[in-house]
Design a protein. Structure first.
Length: 506
């Protein structure tokens, strides 16, 4: 028998024991942990997101994303409500027929696997457009042959995406980021019942070299236009060992038939959007069209998820705080759902956490000297254009002051394995300097720490001086690190950002 020993706080001074160790931050940098955070947020979005699409939400998003004049789109996109409702109604009628024919339809949909990959995972491993096209051709041939042998006539294997079309998508949708193009190689399957569709999915899991990365179950959450399928991204290992990300869609035959019938409504929406958004260049007009169509071809849940992921930034604490705020709203108003406007204000509880953290780091009895050192440390991080190396911060602040402050602020500003001082989330900077990162001189602000515009200006002056020392334009008072990689990184930073710091420092 194992003896049980009961220990009480009076017998063991836990606080004293913990004080003997330095605090460390528990981060979720591993891919599987990041996926867990995204899945956690996905379930929040499914529970609390308002499924009712509002044109004014899309109008606000476009105005924000493309720096359009505020309210310049007010009510204009509602002109598209007619074709949207015709499209949505046709798909809903088809889904309803499926439910009548198959009593297990809803159950099968809910039981379909959920898999959410991070943005970093869903990138090609090369930024070479020609390589991506070449890989796509090989995947289309090899995987296409396998799917034909497994699915038979249900397999739909088109040609790879045309070069011109692929490049246009990179420019308009991905703003030049080649690695985000994931549908050069694409495959579809057409199945008469959802049960057969599920069997087709299971067959994919047995294909050597194929790994399912991300699953969008649009039967569970149809897109704004009403369309539903199973949309997946998968990685496929080629003969030379390289990996290419492709797209696989699983369709219900009845939905594909409706898709052809309602295409006219989709085209009306697609071609009308550029006409409604005026006073922009043709290039921006195309990007606006791509953005709007992308939103309409997404479910409200997926759109909400994207915003929640951005707000949480991969930090589980932030995801947890978002959940607590939603639960509080739901408790006050049972059945509460959040819309676009609500999403923009879901960071207040995170700010409260930062405030409490700083109060513990710098309690009321903290000396003015230590507060000033902490303020300098935080203002340098806020002013820096990229994460600073610990050696840079130590050089600017002085070794003794740096070591004192670094330990105290490590929970908000941890040092990564490469020696760079990072932030737990970009909202930390927003909190310290004012919403949107703009430093304020507002004397009425009662937050524990506030990086004022004067502090930011001073920090930019120090960073400018440091850059000048690095490139040898002024004499350095100290010694720079001997590590060749660090010296190269420091010189790169100096040449990239010297002028910016000079301008901001006045």
């Amino acid at each position: 028998m194992i003896p049980v020993v009961q220990i009480t706080l009076s017998q063991c001074n836990i606080i004293e024991l913990f004080s003997q160790n330095k605090p460390v931050e528990l981060r979720v940098d591993a891919t599987d942990q990041q996926n867990d955070v995204k899945l956690f947020l996905y379930n929040l979005a499914r529970k609390y997101a308002d499924r009712h699409f509002q044109w004014n939400d899309l109008e606000q998003s476009l105005e924000t994303e493309f720096n359009l004049e505020k309210n310049s789109l007010d009510g204009k996109l509602k002109e598209l409500q007619g074709p949207l409702m015709l499209s949505k109604g046709a798909y809903e009628a088809a889904i309803q027929k499926e439910k009548i024919v198959d009593s297990n339809f809803d159950k099968l949909i809910k039981e379909f696997p959920i898999l959410k990959a991070t943005k970093d995972e869903l990138k090609q491993l090369t930024t070479d457009f020609e390589v991506i096209l070449k890989q796509g051709e090989e995947v289309q041939k090899r995987l296409g042959d396998e799917l034909r042998s497994i699915w038979g006539d249900s397999a739909i294997i088109p040609q790879i995406k045309e070069r011109a079309e692929a490049w246009q998508k990179i420019v308009d949708k991905y703003l030049g980021k080649v690695e985000l193009l994931r549908d050069v190689s694409r495959f579809s399957g057409d199945f008469g019942t959802f049960a057969k569709l599920r069997e087709a999915y299971e067959s994919l899991l047995a294909i050597k070299g194929l790994t399912i990365m991300n699953i969008k179950n649009k039967f569970l959450d149809p897109d704004v236009l009403g369309y539903a399928d199973i949309n997946m991204n998968a990685s496929y290992t080629l003969q030379d060992g390289s990996v290419h990300i492709c797209e696989i869609q699983l369709h219900l035959s009845s939905i594909r038939i409706v898709k052809e019938e309602v295409h006219v409504h989709y085209e009306t929406i697609r071609t009308t959007i550029p006409r409604l958004v005026k006073n922009v260049t043709p290039e921006v007009s195309k990007q606006i069209q791509q953005f709007a169509i992308g939103r309409l071809r997404c479910s409200q849940v997926e759109t909400a998820l994207a915003t929640l992921v951005e707000k949480a930034g991969g930090v589980f604490l932030h995801a947890r705080l978002l959940m607590e705020q939603m639960e509080e709203m739901d408790a006050k108003s049972p059945g509460w759902k959040f819309d676009f406007s609500d999403l923009q204000h879901l960071s207040s509880s995170v700010y409260s956490h930062y405030d409490e953290t700083l109060k513990r780091i710098f309690p009321l009895k903290t000396s003015a000297t230590l507060r000033n050192k902490g303020g300098l440390f935080m203002s340098l991080i806020c002013a820096a254009e990229e994460p600073l190396l610990s050696t840079s911060m130590e050089k600017i602040m002085g070794e003794e002051d740096f070591l004192i402050v670094k330990g105290k602020l490590s929970l908000l500003f941890p040092t990564d394995s490469g020696g760079y001082i990072t932030i737990t989330h970009k909202s930390v900077v927003d909190f310290l300097t004012g919403f949107g990162g703009e430093a304020s001189n507002n004397k009425s602000d009662k937050r524990t720490c506030l990086i004022s515009s004067d502090m930011m200006k001073s920090a930019n002056v120090k960073l400018c001086q440091y850059c000048l020392e690095l490139i040898g334009l002024i004499e350095s008072e100290g010694v720079f690190p001997a590590n060749t990689e660090e010296i190269e990184a420091l010189n790169t930073y100096a040449w990239k950002h010297l002028v910016i710091h000079a301008c901001k420092g006045g």
